[in-house]
Write a protein that binds this ligand. Structure first.
Ligand SMILES: [Zn+2]
Ligand SMILES: [Zn+2]
Length: 252
């Protein structure tokens, strides 16, 4: 049986129009940043690593001026993936796999804290991150880490309980995590879908890489929810996040 924990990695404050492009700029939005820990009999897996702790001290230096001007970090003490794991007695070296949904700064900022893990990332995401011109920050992801390229769906432990699910559109190689635990199923969508409202109203955020692909990913997620009874845990949904049990309490 799996155990899953929702790890609080702080919050970001930014203009609502980044999430909801039809709205006029000028209204702030505070969105949670999350990681998840999956404890499987064959190993522990972390899904996304949140924002770098260095970015709290020197946002422009760590994130770059453009990103730091758009996003203010609102994280308290202990709201980072390593501290959250420590609170349940787990060290970074205990983690066998790290899955990055994609390489935006709020999903891979603490990758360097897991030098012994195997990183599972979609081939398309690594390809664009390694391309000369892109908007990713090498300080987040480009370390001497064991990156494994995954192409499409991938059953991590070979028993169908934890499956990487490609959900491109937000970025070229975005992936979500499908978890089957007993009679419950979850998909951790990450930025394939920021909030429930985005899915309900098919709202594509302003930083969408490929609108057609993102719309298809929305359709797949909706289908999983409606036909397969899968619970969707959205990437940055403040209302949903506040209603979830957070580590050290297990989600399941
Ligand atoms: Zn993103
Ligand atoms: Zn994000």
């Amino acid at each position: 049986m799996l155990r899953v924990y929702a790890l609080s990695c702080g919050s970001l404050e930014f203009d609502r129009s980044l999430f909801f492009p039809a709205e006029a700029p000028g209204t702030p939005l505070v969105a949670p940043v999350s990681s998840y820990l999956v404890v499987h009999p064959k190993g522990k897996l972390v899904f996304d690593t949140g924002i770098s702790c260095d970015a709290q001290i020197d946002p422009a230096g760590r994130l770059g001026k453009r990103v730091a001007s758009l996003f203010a970090i609102r994280s308290g003490a202990g709201e980072d993936v390593v501290s959250q794991l420590a609170a349940i007695g787990i060290r970074p070296d205990d983690i066998r796999y790290v899955v990055n949904s994609h390489f935006h700064f709020d999903h891979c900022g603490c990758n360097a804290s897991f030098p012994r893990a195997e990183f599972l990332v979609q081939r398309a995401e690594l390809a664009i991150a390694r391309a000369e011109r892109n908007r990713y920050n090498a300080k987040d992801w480009d370390h001497a880490l064991d990156y494994r390229e995954v192409d499409g769906e991938h059953d991590v432990f070979g028993d169908g309980s934890v499956v990487l699910l490609p959900t491109p559109g937000h970025t070229p190689g975005h992936q979500s995590l499908w978890i089957r635990a007993g009679d419950r199923q979850f998909v951790l969508t990450a930025d394939a879908c920021y909030t429930r409202e985005h899915l309900e109203r098919t709202i594509l955020p302003s930083n969408t890489y490929d609108a057609a692909q993102m719309t298809l990913s929305f359709t797949m997620l909706r289908d999983l929810r409606e036909r397969r009874g899968v619970e969707l845990l959205y990437g940055h949904d403040a209302a949903q996040w506040s209603a979830l049990p957070h580590a050290p309490r297990p989600l399941i």
